[in-house]
Design a protein around this ligand. Structure first.
Ligand code: NAP
Length: 430
């Protein structure tokens, strides 16, 4: 066998400790697959005394993670600290500048600085690999770069955040409301104490930015993504969705349109008959639609120590075997600067829920507001009768432009018989 691949791991939290465990447990298999052993030369974290459930004897401890970027006996720096700036960014940039390969799970860093870091890696002739940054254990970047590389991708979408999918699934199964289910998810460790990054869609946006860049050969454009979370989804909406034949999922979607690259993260009504509607709990899924292959769906665990370690180590095997490819499927110099499609130009169907006073003429007023903006209604359902009191009314539309829908919703919100702002969820044609 040739000389071992020598790695330094920065960050020994959930993913770092999982990566160490995998490297130990499957060492022999990895050496065969990569053609040489992978050896952990050094590690770095903040607290040396913390028990991480993994044996660190014989591995050098660096109290400053930056030492890994300079160490002459390290070929690959594995960055598993996290955060878009600070130490993670300094470490990755310095390691690449020093001619070291980098493997990272850090979607926030790459979503912000991916194009520049990929250029630096190419200049230095080293790998920047980040399979673990998108959908954890699902090998979707490799699938896009390799198995699907002959296709023009027409659309890519997925359930990219396990916390949101867990919350939405539990809301549907239990009939409970968002706040209640989120609090339980936090108690069970499925949601962070500060859940905003997940619940408000930002984590999905980071992953979508990377997926879109790899799928369409465009520069990572986080700012071009329309991002909404799931806080506004109520138990009532989930119940109505069920009646109408849909499930509600937080999706990240990207596709080229006449107005530019459309990238959006928001709650979607997904037909119950589609496979992605049945991806439940903490599971993630990514669907790629290619011009020759058609539709391909990959499903699996999008987070957690072991699935994420699986992706980190797959990147290490590629580097060991000398088959690491370009980070974003095309050379960084050839990544096109994408034009972001404005959300106002999005075309799609909509679900709208209103709370209205149960009085004659209310429905006619709502229908008139839609007609005045040329929005065509598909169906309308009134749940229950309570003369003089507020009752839910739900409608769905045919395909229309987002800007027209927004104007119609403004008109509806101004009607005296509508008692709270209309709730809108986009209906996806999948
Ligand atoms: N968790 C997942 O399921 C998952 C899935 C996919 C991708 N990721 C990504 O993987 C990365 C790591 O996530 P994680 O969940 O493993 O995080 P984590 O459990 O919070 O671990 C972070 C690690 O970084 C270390 N660290 C923090 N600041 C440091 C510094 N200044 N110098 C050296 N070490 C430092 C911490 O040290 P101490 O232990 O001493 O505090 C800890 O070991 C993130 O980019 C995340 O987005 C995570």
């Amino acid at each position: 066998m040739t000389s071992p691949l020598r790695i330094g791991i920065a960050g020994l939290g959930t993913v770092g400790a999982g990566t160490l465990r995998l490297l130990r447990t499957n060492a022999e298999l990895l050496a065969r697959r990569g053609g040489r052993p992978i050896v952990i030369v050094a590690v770095a974290a903040r607290d040396r005394s913390r028990d991480r459930g993994v044996e660190l004897t014989g591995i050098r401890w660096e109290s400053d993670a930056m030492a890994l970027a300079a160490a002459p006996d390290i070929d690959v720096v594995v960055e598993l600290i996290g955060g878009s700036d600070g130490i993670a960014r300094d470490l990755v940039t310095t390691a690449l500048a020093n001619g070291k390969n980098v493997v990272t799970a850090n979607k926030a860093l790459l979503a912000h600085y991916g194009a520049g870091l990929a250029r630096l890696a190419e200049e230095k002739g080293v790998a920047l690999a980040f399979e673990a940054a998108v959908a954890g254990g699902i090998p979707v970047l490799k699938a896009l770069r390799e198995g699907l590389s002959a296709n023009n991708v027409q659309r890519i979408y997925g359930i990219l955040n396990g916390t949101c999918n867990y919350v939405l699934t539990t809301m549907r199964e239990s009939g409970r409301d968002f706040a209640d289910v989120l609090a339980e998810a936090q108690r069970l460790g499925y949601a962070e104490a500060d859940p905003s990054v997940d619940i408000d869609g930002f984590d999905s946006a980071h992953k979508l930015a990377l997926l879109a860049a790899v799928a369409f050969g465009t520069e990572v454009d986080l700012a071009g993504i329309h991002v909404e979370g799931i806080r506004h989804v109520s138990a009532l909406d989930i119940e109505f969705a069920d009646d109408l034949g849909y499930r509600i999922k937080l999706l990240g979607l990207a596709r080229p349109t006449d107005h530019g690259l459309e990238q959006r993260v928001h709650a979607c009504m997904v037909p119950r008959t589609t496979p992605i509607a049945h991806v439940e709990g903490v599971f993630n899924a990514v669907v790629v639609e290619g011009d020759f292959v058609g539709r391909v769906m990959l499903e699996g665990r999008g987070a957690g120590a072991e699935p994420t370690a699986s992706a980190v180590v797959a990147d290490l095997i590629d580097i060991a075997a000398g088959r690491a490819t370009t980070s974003f499927a095309v050379p960084a110099s050839q990544m096109k600067r994408g034009r972001a499609a404005p959300m106002a130009r999005h075309r799609g169907a909509y679900y709208v829920r209103l709370m209205v006073f149960d009085r004659p003429g209310v429905i006619a007023d709502v229908a008139a507001a839609l007609r005045d903006e040329a929005v065509s209604m598909e169906q309308m359902i009134q749940r229950g009768r309570a003369p003089g009191e507020a009752v839910p009314v739900v409608l769905t539309t045919h395909e229309t432009e987002e800007a027209a829908m927004r104007r119609a919703l403004d008109r509806i919100a101004r009607l005296k018989t509508v008692v709270e702002p209309p709730r809108m969820i986009r209906v996806e044609n999948l």
